[in-house]
Design a protein around this ligand. Structure first.
Ligand code: ADP
Length: 244
């Protein structure tokens, strides 16, 4: 019942930079159990939509998750509402081990408990996240020595231990090998069963393999939405994006 209202609802989202309308009245509803891909040509406004939802750029319209309004809130409030994001470049602490990175992320959620936790060993949710993202075998390695894909998975793991129920992932497979892409897709599908996931992505092969649904942005507006098959068959989408 706790998760009944776990959906992202964006209405009339608008972001203007110096008179340039980067996001122009975007509506977006993503429910739990969906694995939504946000695609569109360069400059379509994909990253700006995510930035607006997570409070990095000012926006008008409305955005809520789990019933909590997000626009105009400071980042920590947005995080507390269960919203987490990754960036195109993984931001992990290279000097610290995988486990320490996860521990810090978990502690950020409940700082008062972190001292107690240290005495009790590895917290259950950190252990669970290690397993989920497939990094249990490298838990004691410094994050700086991880393979590119592993760093991205660590960052996703950090969102899991922060108890993010909406994950906004910006090009999670950029720079990954084919095997890493495959693993990432399966990971996102698994996470998507329990949480709400929005993936900003360029890679069409990855999209075809793993997207449950797709929203196509073009010039700051939603051009099309539906299943992969539906948007692929949409002539407007073919014209602006898939045909290129
Ligand atoms: P996408 O992620 O789809 O490639 P972006 O959201 O990054 O597109 O950018 C959308 C548009 O907004 C682009 O034209 C981009 O140049 C512009 N833009 C993005 N961020 C800023 C900013 N901070 N200041 C001015 N213009 C920006």
């Amino acid at each position: 019942a706790r998760f009944t209202h776990d959906y992202l609802e964006v209405r009339g989202l608008r972001v203007v930079f110096d008179g340039f309308v980067a996001v122009d009245g975007v509506d977006l509803t993503v429910t739990r159990g969906d694995l939504r891909f946000l695609i569109g040509p360069n400059g379509a406004g994909k990253t700006t939509v995510v930035d607006a939802i997570t409070g990095l750029v000012p926006a008008t319209g409305s955005a809520s998750f789990g019933g909590a309004d997000l626009l105009g809130r400071p980042s920590h409030r947005i995080a507390r509402a269960g919203v987490g994001r990754t960036f195109q470049t993984a931001s992990v602490f290279d000097e610290l081990t995988v486990l320490q990175n996860l521990d810090i992320a978990a502690g950020a959620r409940r700082p008062a408990l972190s001292l107690l936790r240290r005495r009790q060993g590895v917290p259950a949710e950190v252990e669970a996240a290690l397993e989920t993202v497939g990094l249990a075998h490298v838990r004691d390695r410094p994050a700086g020595v991880l393979a590119h894909g592993q760093k991205q998975w660590l960052e996703i793991g950090m969102l899991l231990v922060q108890d993010a129920r909406l994950l906004l992932l910006d090009e999670p497979v950029a720079g990954m090998s084919q095997a890493e892409r495959e693993q990432t897709g399966l990971l996102l599908q698994r996470i998507g069963e329990q949480r709400t996931v929005v993936v900003v992505e360029h890679d069409m092969e990855f999209l075809r393999a793993f997207a449950a649904s797709v929203t196509v942005l073009h010039q700051g507006k939603v051009l099309a939405e539906g299943t992969v098959a539906q948007v692929q068959a949409d002539p407007r989408v073919v014209e602006v994006y898939l045909g290129t």
